[in-house]
Ligand binder design. Structure first.
Ligand code: AMZ
Length: 284
């Protein structure tokens, strides 16, 4: 097993807006439940472009229909890669190598794989071996158990055992979403996050409930590769420009780390933007 990362790692950190696709729209769900849709925007490509324009170097796109087995938004993913260029990670419904390869060919930097990665370790090892540094495993959890199939089923596996099993693979990293916190804008479970960060030497993106600049500073100082931001950005709880300025520029791999955020105080975190003209802020 590879040694866990030391606390205070200087690995670059990126705050990464989520663009979750469902029925051709950009949505935000609570706890990943399709019946609890709080944000629904008609033009995901415009939303993605909006995040780029605000200064986010990395975007995280999830095809929720594909993750839930109810359809595909692949054309939209391709359009985002083409029309909102920049560092991009994409997941949801990647259950065969052909789709992973197609996404990489379309300009996606990292492909996120959940269900099949958990169900089929041999397939994952082959995939990671063929695309070293390009595959992220989604180890999304509720009460420490790793979930599968659009978070509708448990796997019976605990997060730390999954992290151990992944230690030797040439992955781009691990995405860990705290499903019980996703969409609630109530903050992260810091001790749970630390357990995950200390349980693996792979880069880790944390997702689910990230709500404040202080949490972003915490995740950066504890050595996370990034934080995927959803509801807090879409509802304006987190100020997009302040986040992008402080944490948006560094790619997960090798981008220049910006420390500008350390010069902002909490008062500055929430001012200075025109939220009404931003398509990504429009709630419908
Ligand atoms: O919101 C959900 N119900 C949901 C979601 N956002 N279910 C899965 N996912 C994401 C995971 C990961 O990025 O966080 O889909 C990806 C994994 O999909 P799959 O199909 O490989 O398990």
């Amino acid at each position: 097993m590879t040694p866990p990362r030391p606390a205070g790692s200087s690995r670059p950190f990126a705050a990464v807006p989520a663009v979750d696709l469902k029925g051709g729209r950009c949505v935000q769900l609570v706890g990943g439940r399709p019946d609890d849709e709080r944000v629904s925007l008609p033009d995901p490509v415009a939303v993605a472009r909006g995040w780029r324009e605000r200064g986010f170097g990395v975007l995280h796109v999830v095809d929720l229909d594909a993750a839930l087995g109810s359809g595909s938004n692949l054309d939209l993913v391709r359009a985002i890669a083409r029309e909102a260029p920049g560092e991009l990670q994409v997941g949801g419904g990647v259950r065969d190598e052909a789709l992973a390869a197609e996404l990489l060919d379309a300009g996606v930097d990292r492909v996120v794989v959940g269900t099949r990665a958990i169900d089929d370790p041999d397939w994952l090892a082959a995939l990671a071996g063929r695309h070293p540094g390009r595959i992220v495993v989604a180890a999304d959890i509720r009460d420490g158990e790793v979930l599968r199939r659009g978070w509708t089923e448990g796997s019976g596996l605990r997060i730390l055992e999954v992290l151990d099993a992944l230690a030797e693979l040439p992955l781009a990293g691990i995405l860990c979403t705290d499903v019980g916190r996703e969409g609630r804008v109530e903050g992260i479970d810091r001790s749970g996050v630390l357990e995950v960060l200390r349980g693996t030497a792979h880069p880790v993106w944390i997702s689910g409930g990230v709500t404040t600049m202080d949490e972003l500073r915490f995740l950066r100082s504890e050595g996370a590769a990034g934080a995927v931001l959803g509801m807090a950005l879409y509802t304006g709880s987190l100020d997009a420009e302040a986040v992008a300025h402080a944490f948006g520029g560094a790619g997960a791999e090798g981008g220049a780390r910006t420390d500008a955020g350390q010069h902002l105080d909490e008062g500055q975190d929430t001012d200075g933007t025109n939220q009404t003209t931003d398509p990504a802020r429009t709630r419908r």
